[in-house]
Design a protein around this ligand. Structure first.
Ligand code: GDP
Ligand code: MG
Length: 302
């Protein structure tokens, strides 16, 4: 008799910028979720699926946990995290090694109410001066209690990520697989293309602007070996539009080139990308417009 298949879902949670999305990409082995040194890069839930033999692990990347949610967009992001915790088998709390702080404690206080196993992933161990720094912290966290396991990792350098996956497998219930073996993500290529474009805005532009920008893919068509993509970047003020476009269009060109490169890698095909920048005042406060952007997500992720 063949052994039964196992399938479980893992929510990846934590305060902003600790490396949740980088970790998801490593665990799945493909860039799906966008990452940047700035907080609030991830706006909505994303599933990354890894099937290996009898085991299927469904990883759920979530926006950073926000204590205050001043705008409609932020409130939506917090709902995304809470929603992600509804139906999971295990939670990975990501923190930065050597930097446990109030915000981490705040997230932990929330998730431990769920009476689900919580694994602590201490990320960015590459930044520690030496392993000797790690040991006392591991002991402190362990003594503070309630973690099913503590795994130090470096998502950026893929250090010990396989060990984390191994630990997670123990929590997979026997269950038929929910997704086909070759499916990596719950999002369409069209949606990921928009996200990759937004990643470049976040990375290439100054602090404030990316939070005021939203991306809509207006057209995504296959033409033989080429994929043709038309996109609109929505900003809130005419001044922001000028910044995104840059002098003689230089910034928009750079954003477009970098996004195209990532999209081509994802699709394994050549891409023709054209991008427009348009203004819509205070769109991030506008519940209807935020929902409209959000509608590009599949129903279960909304
Ligand atoms: P998220 O907001 O928690 O999803 O964090 P991201 O995955 O977007 O990462 C935030 C920043 O931390 C990015 O600049 C990443 O490159 C960086 N980062 C993530 N993991 C590591 C790591 O293991 N080591 C180091 N040094 N940086 C990391
Ligand atoms: Mg993220």
């Amino acid at each position: 008799m063949t052994p039964p298949s196992r399938c479980g879902s893992v929510a990846i949670v934590g305060r902003p910028n600790v490396g949740k999305s980088t970790l998801l990409n490593r665990l799945v082995g493909r860039k799906l979720s966008i990452t940047s040194p700035k907080p609030q890069t991830t706006r909505s839930r994303l599933l990354g699926i890894k099937t290996e033999g009898l085991d299927q692990i469904i990883y759920i990347d979530t926006p950073g946990w926000q204590r205050r949610a001043p705008r409609e967009l932020n409130r939506l992001m917090t709902r995304e995290v809470l929603g992600a915790l509804q139906q999971v088998d295990v939670i990975v709390l990501v923190v930065e090694a050597g930097r446990w702080c109030d915000a981490d404690a705040h997230v932990f206080a929330h998730i431990r109410r769920r009476s689900l196993p919580v694994l602590l992933a201490m990320n960015k161990i590459d930044r520690l001066a030496g392993k000797s720094e790690l040991l006392p912290e591991l002991e402190r966290r362990w003594a503070a209690g309630s973690f099913a396991e503590i795994v130090p990792v470096s998502a950026r350098f893929s250090d010990n990520v396989a060990a984390l996956e191994q630990s997670l497998r123990r929590f997979l219930p026997q269950r038929p697989h929910l997704f086909p073996e070759d499916q990596l993500c719950d999002r369409s290529e069209r949606h990921l293309a928009g996200e990759f474009l937004r990643e470049k805005l976040v990375r290439l532009l100054d602090e404030e602007l990316p939070y005021s920008a939203g991306v809509v893919i207006d057209e995504f068509t296959e033409q033989g070996k080429l994929v043709r993509i038309f996109a609109t970047i929505w900003v809130e003020r005419p001044g922001q539009k000028a910044i995104v476009i840059g002098e003689n269009g230089a910034m928009l060109k750079r954003i477009g080139e970098q996004a195209r490169h990532d999209i081509e890698r994802l699709l394994g095909r050549r891409v023709f990308l054209r991008t427009w920048v348009k203004v819509r005042e205070n769109w991030a406060d506008d519940a209807r417009f935020v929902r409209e952007l959000h509608r590009q997500l599949p129903a279960h992720a909304r």
